[in-house]
Design a binder for this molecule. Sequence first.
Ligand SMILES: C[S@@+](CC[C@H](N)C(=O)[O-])C[C@H]1O[C@@H](n2cnc3c(N)ncnc32)[C@H](O)[C@@H]1O
Length: 231
Amino acid sequence: MDFFDYTLASGQSGHFDTSVTATQPFNILPRPPLAGELVPADYFRTLSLDEIFQAGRPLEIDLGCGDGSFLMEMAGKYPERNFLGVERLLGRVRKVCRKITRRELENAKVLRLESRYAVEWLLPDSAVSRLHLLCPDPWPKLRHHRRRIVQLEFLEAIRRVLVPGGEFLFMTDHEEYFQWATQKVAGFGKFELLEWTEDSFFYPKTDFQELWESEGKAMWRLRCRKPLNEA
Ligand SMILES: C[S@@+](CC[C@H](N)C(=O)[O-])C[C@H]1O[C@@H](n2cnc3c(N)ncnc32)[C@H](O)[C@@H]1O
């Protein structure tokens, strides 16, 4: 992780760059959470499930949740499940928090953090029933492909956090990124592919999906799961 928000004992808050920890001996406390926001007590250890949600319901994660429309609809439709959005932009996190509060959703939260860090370091083992990665940045230029979030290490981290039988759902308008992700999953070899068409199950359109479809673009879907017999 490159940064996180902090509040000093004096009340002053700001942005903390982890690359300068050795030279900045401040007494750093996590900032107070917004309503609907998850602010971990400690960003440097794996969370337990009950630190994310008190009620033990199946947990779904929406990585790069944007303004949270998908998260809101899912949380409204499935009160018996918990939904955690992960988003790095503070303005979007604030919007999601406002929506959660307005709709009085007790089964939705948002975490302001880099998605890869959240999956690789914060989420507990075998805890997530579905992990959604919807319209992620495609980084279309060849020299930027290494910035794409779907990489082998990321798939390994997803496998770790999914429950046996848990699913990873990836959707993009970018055909080449879809092929890339499909090849990474095949090369990874530890997931089973599942069918996923637009009407396979209730799945609200995301804001970016609406935008791309209004421009006549097709969406590409990849759905796979951790085998049921795997711990
Ligand atoms: C193209 S938008 C898609 C938003 C939403 N999933 C949708 O389909 O409408 C990508 C979102 O992911 C967020 N994002 C991009 N990279 C991220 C990262 N590494 N960690 C957390 N959020 C990220 C962006 O800020 C943005 O809100």
